[in-house]
Design a protein around this ligand. Structure first.
Ligand code: A3P
Length: 354
């Protein structure tokens, strides 16, 4: 072979090698850009949690066209939503092949009972990934479809459960059936506390958001002019746990719903969390030693190693001093809730002492 031919061939081979190297380089660049974008989304989700906006909640739950004439048992009905099936796109999904998964568990309520604290504690578990903001899919954005919902979830591995919380689900009539259409085996978590304290907490939040002028008192909202309890006021209505739960139990078995004692979640978070981890079917791995009672805050906070400050408490909107309420109003409310509470204990086969 002539030396000219050999040189030509060597040049060709070099060019081919260079072209392939450039191609491989470009593919790696594309892949890294994809990863970086994805990481950015994750990061912004977390950063948004750190913002107060993420902790925004509804002050008044939309209670739909609920008839208030008799809120005791037997009057709840399941709304057969004609659109539910159309939006139930689960059959079109290959859930196993995607990294953002539809939730395995949802904290469905109750507003002002410790739902944020529970979600943030659960986030400490290595097998749990939790959505930061409340997605409000089943109550507000259902028309966006399941793919939209899935995109609101964090990325998770095959051995990780995905969880979200939206307390308004509990009081929104159409939600149980919609969730059931997505998953019949989903695990539902309900955090509750004394409904009188819950109502006051709700009112305090509304006042802090400037939703009432300074002349409005808890009493003036909770008690009607004729002396009856104002059950149309969402702060009162949301606390009718038995009434709302009935709708869920029309659709889901009690075994699908775990009730968390919101008061004990403050006193003894680790104990409550252990039961939740059991309910979720995951090993108990939330490190007990990193949740401690912070004397200044008066609530549990989370230790975070190698960070400044070395602990993280929930924001001032969580665990704040409640607005004033006179004793008489509180007693009236307690008496009002009593039969509903008893119904609730019977339904969940568990006793609270409210
Ligand atoms: P208060 O502010 O009335 O005390 P949610 O997250 O569902 O809105 O609930 C807010 C409630 O969570 C707070 O109501 C507070 O009682 C309770 N909570 C439970 N654990 C908490 C914690 N570690 N830090 C602050 N609040 C906590």
């Amino acid at each position: 072979m002539r030396s000219g031919d050999m040189k030509g061939r060597a040049k060709k081979q070099r060019n081919l090698f260079l072209r392939n190297a450039v191609l491989v380089f470009l593919i790696i660049c594309l892949f890294l850009t994809y990863l970086a974008n994805d990481f950015k989304t994750e990061l912004s989700e977390w950063t948004r949690f750190e913002n107060e906006t993420l902790l925004r909640e509804e002050t008044d739950a939309s209670l739909g066209n609920v008839e208030y004439l008799d809120l005791r048992m037997g009057h709840s009905r399941v709304l057969k939503n004609k659109n539910s099936k159309a939006l139930d796109g689960t059959s079109n999904f290959n859930i196993s092949s995607i990294t953002r998964k539809l939730p395995n568990a949802i904290i469905i309520g109750v507003k002002k009972c410790g739902t944020r604290a529970l979600l943030e504690y659960l986030r400490l578990h290595p097998n749990i990934k939790a959505a930061g903001p409340e997605p409000h899919f089943f109550d507000r954005y259902y028309h966006m479809g399941l793919e939209w919902y899935r995109q609101k979830m964090p990325r998770s591995g095959v051995d990780q459960l995905t969880i979200e919380k939206t307390p308004r689900y509990f009081v929104t009539e159409v939600v149980p059936e919609r969730i059931y259409n997505m998953s019949k085996t989903i695990k539902l978590i309900l955090v509750v506390r004394n409904p009188v304290t819950r109502a006051l907490s709700d009112f305090t939040q509304a006042v802090s958001k400037g939703e009432y002028n300074s002349s409005v008192t808890f009493q003036s909202r909770a008690i009607r002019r004729d002396g009856a309890i104002n059950i149309k006021w969402s702060a009162v209505n949301i606390g009718l746990y038995a009434y709302h739960l009935k709708r869920w139990l029309d659709i889901f078995p009690l075994e699908s719903i775990h009730v968390v004692d919101g008061e004990n979640l403050i006193r003894n978070p680790v104990q409550e969390l252990n039961v939740v981890q059991n309910f979720l079917g995951i090993d108990i791995q939330i490190p007990a030693e990193i949740i401690y009672m912070n004397a200044t805050k008066g609530f549990p906070c989370i230790l975070q190693q190698q960070k400044t400050p070395p602990f993280r408490c929930f924001r001032s909107s969580k665990g704040r001093q409640h607005s004033y309420a006179d004793k008489k109003t509180l007693t009236l409310l307690r008496n009002f809730y009593e039969p509903y509470n008893i119904d609730f204990y019977r339904m969940i086969k568990r006793q609270f002492f409210w």
